[in-house]
Design a protein. Structure first.
Lengths: 174, 259
């Protein structure tokens, strides 16, 4: 996703200046996405250029300028929210390419690669468990839902590695 | 939960660190390989919370049953709290199990014609412990089901029955608590309660070995995860337990703005 729609969503609630956008955005994401203030200002300027947001009043204290979402911005935001995420599945992690290369370079010897990856996934699962607990303790059920998504992805990653491991051992999975 | 009932000693007071040693353990079954063990070696320290994971038929339950002395291996040895189980006869093994090992099963295995408290006291009465009843009631209180003491299992929910089974497993202060898919027959909420109880027992020093196919459950509570595939240990991971910042665990990704 892009910062653009996150900023637009926050401006849809009420007019904000750059620092408030940054703080609210990071709080909403619960620390899982840190943005620098420069990115926020650039985004706001682009939204203004494209007619999706507009400044409210004059520059105030220390040059702070409030932005609000324009009616075109509201329409674009609603459209984006209504649009399901389609397009290709994103596989960002190196393991996919490592797996292909290891098959070629290490005479198909995948065991150690898979074992190390499995440990990393187990550790991630433990960390995600803690993060989910923390989000619930803090009353952030919205964030807990996000973490839950990550958790289920990691469980799938683990299953995948287990399947590959069983194949590598010449056995069957179940 | 407060301190342990009936004067449980913490593991470090026993001055012993290794509680289980399994050496080159094999178990063969006639007519198939399901659940067979093909040479497993493993040591478990006192105070550890270990999860044994693997797909069904991988041998993880077989391993737990052999550690519990519920079954005899084909080859290799199992030593629990310094005792080689292979050297014990049937009655000696039964006595050892009763005194040193608590076992929690997926399907509770409570006797239907005994009350919750009476079920908890079965192992204690076999051992003729004095004041067992007070200890039993204390355990039920610790596990949050004090008021269920005089009810029969049929009148208890699955989660309550499992807590009774945990109390029964703990009544003789076992050195080792073994649990085979203890949440497998429970709904999510009851399962989480049962797991929280096990985690609390672990914090109080109880050595626990948990068999599960559920990775989320395993990693949530156990700091050590042993993976078994086809009767062999394929991984033995000790996880870091320090809490991490959100940004070190999840990164919601931003696409670069290009226009």
């Amino acid at each position: 996703m892009s910062l653009k729609y996150g900023v637009m969503g926050l401006l849809a609630e009420e007019p904000l200046h750059g620092y408030e956008v940054k703080n609210r955005f990071e709080a909403m994401l619960g620390g899982t996405w840190e943005v620098n203030i420069g990115q926020v200002y650039t985004t706001l300027q682009r939204l203004e250029r494209d007619g999706l947001a507009q400044p409210v009043g004059e520059r105030g204290d220390r040059g702070k300028l409030l932005y609000k979402l324009s009616s075109a911005g509201h329409r674009a935001l609603d459209e984006w929210l209504a649009q399901p995420d389609s397009g290709p599945q994103q596989l960002h992690e190196d393991i996919y390419v490592k797996l292909l290369l290891a098959t070629r370079l290490a005479n198909g010897e995948l065991g150690p690669l898979l074992a190390r990856q499995k440990r990393a996934y187990l550790q991630r699962l433990r960390d995600l468990n803690q993060l989910e607990d923390r989000a619930r303790r803090d009353g952030r059920n919205d964030l807990a839902r996000l973490v839950r998504g990550a958790l289920l992805h990691t469980e799938a990653d683990l299953k995948w590695v287990d399947e590959l491991t069983a194949d590598a051992h010449g056995g069957k999975t179940e | 939960m407060g301190g342990r009932a009936n004067g449980r000693r913490a593991w470090w007071e026993d001055g012993m660190s290794e509680i289980v040693r399994v050496s080159d353990l094999t178990k063969a079954y006639q007519g198939g390989v399901t659940g067979a063990l093909n040479g497993i070696s493993l040591a478990i320290e006192a105070g550890e919370f270990t999860a044994i994971m693997g797909p069904s038929g991988s041998g993880k339950s077989t391993l737990l049953n052999l550690i519990a002395g519920l079954d005899r291996p084909t080859g290799g040895s199992v030593t629990v709290a310094g005792t080689d189980l292979g050297r014990l006869g049937e009655s000696g093994l039964a006595r050892f199990r009763r005194d040193h090992i608590g076992f929690v099963f997926q399907f509770f295995h409570l006797l239907p014609n005994l009350t919750a408290l009476e079920n908890v006291l079965i192992p204690a009465q076999l051992k003729s412990t004095t004041s067992a009843e007070a200890a039993g009631r204390k355990l039920l209180e610790q596990l949050g089901i004090k008021e269920m003491a005089d009810r029969y299992p049929a009148k208890l929910s699955g989660g309550q029955q499992q807590r009774v089974a945990i109390a029964r497993a703990l009544i003789n202060n076992p050195a080792l608590l073994l649990a085979d898919e203890p949440t497998g027959a429970l709904d999510t909420a009851s399962g989480e309660q049962v797991m929280s109880l096990l985690a609390e027992l672990h914090r109080q020093g109880q050595t626990i070995v948990l068999v599960t196919h559920d990775a989320k459950l395993a990693t949530r509570h156990a700091a050590r995860v042993v993976s078994i595939v086809d009767g062999r240990v394929v991984d033995d991971a000790r996880l870091e337990t320090t809490e991490r910042a959100a940004a070190d665990v999840i990164r919601v990704r931003s696409e670069e703005m290009t226009r």
